[in-house]
Design a protein around this ligand. Structure first.
Ligand code: PMP
Ligand code: GLU
Length: 396
């Protein structure tokens, strides 16, 4: 079979793979508990669903402009002003099929073959694959747990080569949950300007922060950095709308124009009904978001405390998103349920096979001694999952 080298080099998304395995096991009647894919367990708020139903009934069921409706772009412009203090115009906004698609557009627009993109690790699984799909070269910048998994301006400089075109900034981060302070962001922005690097700023978890560190968009430090930044965002996480598939980006005008052209051939517009719903989400009340945030915070606090009380594992307190990276270094080489654990893949496999608990091994995030738990699931499930972890590690 003749297959392109590029497509052959891409591995499937491990987060989505774990999630579909978990869903299949559940459908098969197994008592499995899932902490795999990061998607809010809450339903999409009713007023957003109602807006979509009205859109259908009013016949808003035809093609829209390929890069998104003017109405939704205006809602995004309002959102960027309100939440981030940023001034954009609608010709700088592209609406796409989820933030994943926005990211693909962004990499496509800025990369020529061989261009390097610095990706701080642990990273969200899809970044390196997306860079490769767009003929770029991922350059991994490893961070350390003792530095809260964060990189500094200095670290960034050490990874820059003459081929560096861009770097990824994902704050709050998937999978570590870490949030960069305004001081560090300012220093990072200075490096971007000095070296003329694009910043792909993935801000999809901006509203899911539980500590005192505030989200600040790196684009807000002035015109120079704004002209180098592509902001990625979407409605999946903030409004529990993962299945609706609406993401958006804000970029310098010329870049946005090229992305709009590509999208007009590749996918045409994102779903017309979902665009109406996303506009209502962005302009609407934040009560549901606040309720979700409160629940996530309680779950995070519980999960972190429990993990740190169990022998052999530990974790940091994440500031945002809805993930906990559990360190399993002390379990490497140990026998659990008759199997020697040599990697986080082994651990995740044993945990699933023996205790029916699905977590994501850190391998795909470039964090081989960690596994990722998502706490976007009920407190009951979280208690059950941690009870099973405790009993497994006690040899029960
Ligand atoms: N960026 C990050 C960091 C994510 O965790 C996700 C989750 N899927 C996305 C982007 C993409 O989100 P979506 O395509 O659902 O908008
Ligand atoms: N971003 C979520 C996660 O990391 C959803 C799955 C995915 O798109 O990778 O689990």
């Amino acid at each position: 079979m003749y297959i392109s080298e590029k497509f052959k080099s891409i591995s499937p998304s491990p987060t989505l793979a774990i999630d579909s395995k978990f869903k299949q096991m559940k459908a098969d009647g197994l008592d499995v508990v899932g902490f795999g894919a990061g998607e809010p367990d809450f339903d999409t708020p009713q007023h957003i669903k109602d807006a979509a139903i009205t859109a259908i009934n009013e016949g808003f069921t035809k093609y829209t402009p390929a890069s998104g409706t003017l109405g939704l772009k205006q809602a995004v412009v309002r959102k960027l002003k309100r939440d981030n203090g940023l001034d954009y115009t609608t010709d700088q906004i592209i609406i796409s099929n989820g933030a994943k698609h926005s990211l693909m557009n962004a990499f496509g627009a800025i990369l020529n073959p061989g261009d390097e993109v610095i990706i701080p690790a642990p990273f969200w699984v899809s970044y390196p694959e997306m860079v490769k799909l767009n003929d770029g070269v991922p350059v991994i910048l490893q961070t350390k747990e003792e530095n809260n998994f964060k990189f500094t301006a200095r670290d960034l400089i050490s990874a820059i080569t003459p081929n560096t075109r861009a770097f990824i900034l994902n704050s709050p981060s998937n999978p570590t949950g870490m949030v960069y302070t305004v001081e560090v962001l300012r220093e990072i922005a200075q490096v971007a300007v000095e070296y003329n690097l694009y910043v792909i700023s993935d801000e999809i978890y901006e509203h899911l922060i539980y500590g005192s560190t505030k989200h600040v968009s790196i684009a807000s430090f002035g015109e120079e950095i704004k002209n180098l930044t592509i902001i990625i965002n979407g409605v999946s996480k903030t409004y529990a709308m993962t299945g609706w598939r609406i993401g958006y980006l804000a970029a310098p005008r010329e870049l946005a124009k090229t992305m709009g052209s590509v999208q007009s051939h590749a996918t045409s517009n994102p779903n017309s009904i979902a665009q109406v719903a996303a506009g209502v989400a962005l302009d609407g009340p934040v009560d549901d978001l606040n309720m979700m945030k409160k629940a996530f915070k309680e779950r995070r606090d519980y999960m972190v405390e429990r993990i740190n009380s169990i022998d052999g594992v530990s974790c940091l307190m994440p500031d945002g998103a809805f993930y906990v990276m559990m360190n399993i270094e002390k379990l490497i080489g140990r026998e659990i349920c008759g199997k020697i654990i040599e990697s986080s893949d082994d651990f995740a496999q044993v945990f699933l096979d023996e205790k029916l608990v699905a977590v994501v091994p850190g391998t795909g995030f470039a964090a081989p001694n960690h596994v990722r738990w998502s706490y976007a699931t009920s407190m009951e499930n979280i208690k059950e999952g941690l009870d099973r972890l405790e009993s497994m590690l006690k040899g029960e």
